[in-house]
Design a protein around this ligand. Structure first.
Ligand SMILES: *Cc1c(COP(=O)(O)O)cnc(C)c1O
Length: 377
């Protein structure tokens, strides 16, 4: 097949990235610390209004550090989003905690406040709530945070997919006690790999920086009173991040355009619905997703196969965590009163469309006509 590959969401570089990387080389700051790391943190603080940031090697590491700060240990229950990428919940297990999965609700595809309430009835001793903003759509933050307040439990936000998305005018990632962002290769901006821990509490960011650099006590000799990690972001990759951050709003604008274009193009096909956007928010539309009506003969696999035929990359919806073999023993709270799972339904009926901001008008036309043909349009 010699048709050009159309990507789901690949890195988009602009040139400034290389200047910051060059600076790192010129000054020999080729290490997991340096001026780019400090500046990238400051720039992210200014952009998101998060308060304080600690640049790390991945978003997963940032979630791990958030749980470390909360003191999650053996047997502690963490109520966590079910419909998400496994990196949201794996760090709970790193600390020997117990994930309890909370179903998605249909309005935003994020953590269901109803299911969360029921989970607290069974697990009033839960130590934390950890929720993701799936595909960039902000969760029902008011409702979730109100429940957390009632139970006096800290809220952690996995904003790995939602950097630049806002809820009631404020950046996702800045609502929880702790928040995290990811700069993995397919996220809205990338450092190739990287992440950030953020908090309004200066002490929290300072502590994460300490733990992420091997937890070395302030002594001349190498002394350690705590278990540390090698989780700090490199000064080279931080340079990529600084260059990318200059273009984040532009990436968001383009992602939103792609979503709007798909929505309009499929508006006359009643079997297709686009992923929901929270009316209280402004989503970055990281990935445009669609679901197919339950009574349709067309399956997500058929659409993904048709897209593969034109060399376009698509992807299933994240497989819910309560369906993962590795988490089979974990408890799960469904959104629906009859016990049926909203996330499972979205997983069975949905797919992620090519959402690369470098998609040309012709690429989009081809993708759209290919999907339409599946529905005989
Ligand atoms: C990408 C992602 C992560 C992990 O971030 P990495 O930087 O890849 O470690 C965590 N949660 C969600 C929801 C993600 O999509």
């Amino acid at each position: 097949m010699d048709r050009k590959r159309i990507y789901l969401s690949s890195p988009t570089m602009h040139g400034e990235e290389q200047q910051y990387v060059q600076e790192a080389f010129d000054t020999n700051w080729v290490a997991p610390l340096g001026p780019n790391v400090n500046a990238f943190e400051k720039e992210m603080e200014a952009y998101t209004g998060c308060g304080h940031a600690a640049a790390l090697s991945s978003g997963t590491a940032a979630i791990h550090m958030a749980l470390r700060l909360l003191g999650i240990r053996q047997g502690d229950v963490v109520l966590v989003s079910d419909l998400t990428f496994s990196a949201t919940c794996n760090p709970i297990v790193y600390e020997n905690g117990t994930p309890v999965f909370i179903d998605a609700e249909p309005d935003t595809w994020n953590m269901s406040p109803d299911a969360l309430r029921r989970a607290f009835e069974k697990y009033p001793e839960a130590k934390a709530v950890l929720a993701a903003h799936l595909y960039g759509t902000p969760a029902k933050l008011d409702e979730i945070m109100e429940i957390c307040r009632e139970h006096n439990v800290p809220f952690v936000e996995d904003a790995a997919e939602s950097l630049s998305s806002t809820y009631k005018g404020r950046h996702t990632g800045t609502f929880g006690k702790y928040g995290i962002y990811s700069f993995n290769g397919n996220k809205i901006i990338t450092t190739s790999g990287g992440g950030m821990f953020v908090s309004a509490e200066e002490e929290a960011a300072r502590k994460v920086t300490f733990l992420a650099t091997q937890a070395r006590d302030p002594a001349r000799h190498y002394q350690h009173s705590q278990i540390g990690y090698n989780y700090r972001m490199s000064n080279v990759t931080a340079g990529i991040g600084r260059g990318q951050l200059l273009h984040l709003e532009e990436h968001k604008k383009r992602k939103k355009e792609l979503y709007a274009q798909y929505k309009e193009a499929f508006a006359d096909i009643p079997e297709i619905a686009m992923n929901p956007l929270n009316p209280d928010g402004d989503a970055n539309c990281w990935l445009s997703c669609m679901t197919i009506a339950p009574d349709s003969d067309i399956t997500p696999d058929m659409v993904m196969d048709a897209l593969a035929e034109i060399n376009a990359e698509s992807r299933p919806i994240w497989k819910p965590m309560h369906l993962q073999p590795v988490y089979a023993a974990c408890d799960f709270f469904a959104h629906n009163a009859d016990g049926s799972s909203v996330g499972e339904d979205i997983f069975h009926r949905g797919l992620c469309l090519p959402s690369d901001i470098k998609n040309t008008a012709e690429d989009m036309e081809l993708i759209i006509s290919t999907v339409r043909k599946c529905f005989h349009k």
